[in-house]
Design a binder for this molecule. Sequence first.
Ligand code: NAG
Length: 133
Amino acid sequence: MAIGPLGRIIAQIIVPAIAIMAKTLPAAYAAALENARKSGTADAAGDAARRGASFLGKPRMSKDEAMMVLNLTEDEVTVEAVRRQYDRYFAANSVEKGGSFYLQSKVYRARELLDEYVKEKEKEERAGKVDEK
Ligand SMILES: *[C@@H]1O[C@H](CO)[C@@H](O)[C@H](O)[C@H]1NC(C)=O
């Protein structure tokens, strides 16, 4: 996996900034970012670069990461909960409140992914009910 010089530059800017920004994120997610920063390996830098690149449309966030970003558990993921948590964290991470565009983009991507996931789940549940008849 080649991240190239631009990826490394992005990683060098983003990785140290994470510790400062993380205060407006759910603790579990902030801790995961902090661990990546502490390990300080090329992998962590590459990972940070990939995370940084994700708002440019590159690799999709995993469902687990999306749930961490929005501080939701599997059982809590509903359209309303995703919407509520999105509003909360998107506002909490606004630049005026000491957040960043990077973190807001994470919150946005997380909502996007979980919205899709919820729709899929509901479709399956509906299909399941039809089958039971
Ligand atoms: C995450 O959710 C839990 C349970 O709803 C809540 O107690 C906690 O304060 C939330 N964390 C953040 C950072 O909002």
